[in-house]
Design a protein around this ligand. Structure first.
Ligand SMILES: [Fe+2]
Ligand SMILES: [Fe+2]
Length: 293
């Protein structure tokens, strides 16, 4: 891990890094620790990203003309650019699952349809509140991925770099949707709406991700691999416990005075921020050399 620079915290810029990871069929299916259940946990998250991040962009852009603060306008542009690139890379990531014999096109189309129906029926302010809730989740995942080196230990270098890159950008833009939301939905009504949408998002998250993970395990012929499941449960809930970290972090969101920017940033995360600022668009495979991994 690189050394932390206190100056990095003073630089709030959101920097889209247009990285093409170049997923190819040579990459292993069980890319994390050789364990299908852990790999498919991340794959399940990835399945939701291409359409989910498009939903986030739409929900924020909907209120673009209500934002007068020039800095927030710039942040929104950078937010949209980052999420669009994430969406593109995760589409390639997901396509590789199909190449590896797990056809995910139907799942992606189902998610796209569900989100389009939501966009038709759910009020725009609630869509934005949902985005804020999911952005809190992605920020918590980012905190776990960047703040604990055990989380990506055992991962294939390309996947490790992809998840760290995505985590870094989620950490950078974690307050953008929330700032837009506070502009258009202030006060008690805004608070109640965001708490309600966080409850629904939590319900969705806790159902959708394990279901997708189980579906991927079944399609990959690993559903009854109890050893893999047991190892994954230990990894997800005990050590390093990424699910545990995320679920415990959700409670802070329920405080009336919550703001994403006030959450303390771990020194390890600041160190990663400095590293990414210094290596903006270098090929991701260079990072192992820099980190001595
Ligand atoms: Fe993203
Ligand atoms: Fe995001």
């Amino acid at each position: 891990m690189p050394s932390a620079d206190p100056g990095a915290e003073a630089d709030p810029a959101i920097q889209p890094r247009n990285i093409h990871f170049g997923f190819d069929s040579e990459l292993p299916v069980n890319w994390h620790s050789g364990n299908p259940a852990i790999s498919h946990f991340y794959d399940a998250l990835s399945l939701t990203f291409p359409e989910g991040e498009r939903f986030f962009i739409d929900s924020v852009r909907h209120f673009a003309d209500r934002i007068t603060d020039p800095e927030l306008r710039r942040d929104v542009q950078a937010f949209c650019a980052q999420e669009a690139i994430h969406s593109r890379e995760h589409r390639s990531y997901n396509h590789l699952l199909t190449t590896h014999g797990i056809p995910v096109g139907g799942v992606e189309r189902f998610i796209a349809k569900a989100l389009r129906i939501s966009q038709h029926w759910i009020p725009a302010k609630s869509q934005l509140a949902a985005t804020c809730a999911y952005e809190h989740y992605t920020a918590l995942f980012a905190e776990a991925i960047l703040g604990d080196s055990r989380v990506m230990a055992g991962a294939h270098p390309l996947y490790r770099d992809l998840w760290r890159w995505h985590a870094m950008e989620e950490e950078e833009h974690k307050a953008v949707a929330f700032n837009v939301y506070q502009t258009v939905c202030p006060g008690v009504a805004g608070y109640l709406r965001r708490v309600l949408l966080m409850s629904l998002a939590t319900f969705d998250f806790l159902i959708t991700i394990p279901l997708l993970q189980a579906w991927l395990m079944a399609k990959g012929g690993e559903f009854w691999n109890m050893r893999s499941w047991a190892h994954a449960c230990y990894y997800l809930w005990i050590s390093p416990g990424i699910w545990r970290h995320v679920m415990l972090g959700v409670f802070a969101y329920l405080a009336p005075g919550f703001h994403p920017a006030t959450r303390p940033v771990k020194p390890e995360v600041l160190a990663w921020r400095l590293h990414y600022r210094a290596t903006a668009n270098r090929p991701p495979r260079m990072t192992p050399t820099l980190f001595g991994e």
